[in-house]
Write a protein that binds this ligand. Sequence first.
Ligand code: 5GP
Length: 122
Amino acid sequence: MAYDNENIFAKILRGEISCDKVYENDHALAFKDINPQAPVHILVIPKGPYVSYADFGQQASDAELAGFMRAVGEVAKQLGVTERGSRILSNQGEDGHQEVPHFHVHLFGGKDLGRMIKPIDK
Ligand code: 5GP
């Protein structure tokens, strides 16, 4: 899938749409999700044009990979969610119900998040 420069996170990165920023470094930006699913719900995105985690994992430079994961860790620390626990999640493609085609990790915390996923029907 080709990267779409008009996706909403590309517009946030270009400053065309505002966001509630919580952290930024050379390679990543973190901001509050507009429709939070938990008391803490942050989106961490790379600054480069990557569609998904798979795209990012294959195409990004070592510096981008490191900068991105550093951002995830810094945000979790800054928001104080590691003591009680938290979760990161990245949706990809149709089955994963990815809505925005710019790679992002959701960071959830601030409550008991329950089990990861519903068990499959047998
Ligand atoms: P996905 O389903 O692609 O993993 O999640 C996309 C997320 O982006 C959703 O949780 C949605 O609430 C969030 N989102 C969509 N548009 C905006 C926006 O303009 N600003 C912010 N901060 N979050 C957005």
